[in-house]
Design a protein around this ligand. Structure first.
Ligand code: FAD
Length: 422
């Protein structure tokens, strides 16, 4: 089919090779990766008014590569290279997003053997990594406390610190601008011929003999396709339910609370910190004027929601206090001055193994890119490539060196050694 390009809010044709539901970081990456390497016609439909209104808009957009499964390390690493080379990757003359390298320190309770194994896995898969002794760490960031004992928020006064000896440090870890990156991928996809329509909701799927053959929009327009990709983020489940597409994995949209604290020139320049005592994460905003604290990942602060359209966007006071206490535990000398605000967003947590489901579903014609938990931003360029490569049979620059069925619906559970950090 010949491509035509249209940027409006109404699909320009009645039939495409591929329809992607959702123009978040995942759907826009899928569309861009298909269109940049093939002549396939691609339509992306999103019910929102623009990019980054779902999970992507709330992301703290940390790119780091320590994962338990070597292939996931390579996926994260190749995606990090795409973020680091954003202009070249997107082909945009003036992209909005850029990448700020900050380095990431893992403060985990690991034996020397486990740490050496983590280090070898990263190094062998191309990730610039160091093992730092506690004196190395304190030489660079004397403000940090290196306690690795788990923090029990119900008995904070009983907490006894126990310092770790050695820590993993990812030199090239960094942050991006989630809304900017999402907007850039939409622009990049359009530039190579994909059509992206906002303010068009998908209300139903079209079927022929149990095969998904397209979508029906909320304004009753039927649009047909060989393949429909469900990239609807926290809204993914109802689409899969209509299609009977997957029952194997429990994908739970979950409210995650993010605390934003004012930061000043007098405050320390800390690395991105992945905190195993609380399963929280911290990183300074590029302006240096704010620090973003992802709240401790404990059930009390992670509320499942059955309707992603309705969740409380303001953090709970108890969570704000616990997050600040956890941060104080990690950086004891910090004085809380200035304003503290916050917002909440949704992770779609894969309850079985924290890894996504990517590829063809159990219903013909419907493909899935669902359940990214807290990992979707950093993996998006590579996830787009995996789907695009499988659909087009074509490779392109920045593609990850992994099998396209790594996250297939019929896979076994993948191992994780870092809890929520996978
Ligand atoms: C607080 C927080 C911090 C995070 N930090 C990180 C991090 O540091 N690093 C990292 O890698 N990841 C992080 N994540 C996770 C990451 O943000 C998500 O995994 C990722 O954004 C998921 O992208 P998505 O495109 O699948 O979903 P979304 O961004 O939610 O996009 C889905 C899109 O589908 C559209 N849609 C839904 N239903 C329909 C329909 N019926 N019709 C049409 N359109 C529809 C929605 O409008 C939306 O635009 C974080 C998430 C949160 C909430």
């Amino acid at each position: 089919m010949a491509k035509t390009v249209q940027d409006g809010s109404t699909p320009s044709r009645s039939s495409y090779d591929v329809i992607v539901i959702g123009a978040g970081i995942i759907g826009s990456a899928v569309a861009y990766q298909i269109a940049r390497r093939s002549d396939m016609t691609v339509l992306v439909i999103d019910k929102a008014a623009g990019p980054a209104t779902g999970s992507t808009g709330a992301s703290v957009a940390i790119s780091r590569c320590r994962y338990t499964v070597p292939e996931v390390v390579r996926l994260a690493q190749s995606s990090q290279v795409a973020y680091r080379s954003w202009k070249e990757f997107t082909g945009l003359a003036n992209p909005t997003n850029d990448y700020t390298q900050m380095g990431a320190l893992w403060v985990l309770d690991r034996t020397d053997e486990e740490l050496r194994s983590d280090y070898a896995r990263l190094r062998d898969n191309g990730v610039a990594t160091e093992i730092l002794s506690s004196s190395d760490v304190l030489g660079r960031w004397p403000e940090l406390d290196l306690c690795v004992e788990r923090v029990d928020f119900s008995a904070l006064e009983d907490h006894e610190c126990r310092s770790g000896n050695s820590f993993l440090y990812e030199n090239e870890a960094g942050i991006a601008d989630p809304a900017g990156a999402n907007s850039d991928l939409v622009a990049a996809a359009r530039q190579v011929g994909a059509e992206i329509c906002f303010e068009v909701g998908v209300a139903d799927l079209l079927f022929s003999d149990d095969r998904v053959t397209g979508v029906r929009t909320a304004n009753d327009v039927d649009v047909h396709a060989e393949v429909v990709v469900n990239a609807a983020g926290p809204w993914c489940n109802w689409i899969n339910e209509i299609a009977g597409a997957q029952r194997r994995w429990t994908l739970t949209p979950t409210r995650i609370q993010l605390i934003l604290r004012e930061w000043s020139d007098d405050d320390p320049r800390l690395p991105i910190t992945l905190d195993g005592s609380t399963d929280g994460a911290y990183r300074i905003e590029r302006s240096g004027r704010q620090i973003l604290l992802v709240s401790p990942e404990i059930p009390e602060f992670m509320e499942p929601t059955s309707n992603p359209d309705y969740f409380r966007v303001n953090p709970d006071q108890a969570c704000v206090e616990a997050t600040l206490a956890a941060f104080q535990h990690r950086v004891p000398g910090i004085k809380h001055v200035g304003t503290t605000t916050g917002l909440c967003g949704l992770y779609t947590i894969n309850k079985q193994d924290d890894h996504p489901i990517v590829g063809p579903s159990h219903t013909q014609g419907l493909w899935l890119a669902n359940g990214f938990s807290g990992h979707g931003f950093k993996l998006a360029p590579g996830i787009g490539a995996m789907i695009a490569r499988a659909l087009t049979g074509k490779t392109d620059s920045f593609d990850p060196d992994i099998a396209d069925d790594l996250f297939s619906i019929d896979r076994r559970e993948l191992s994780t050694s870092g809890g929520v950090f996978a």
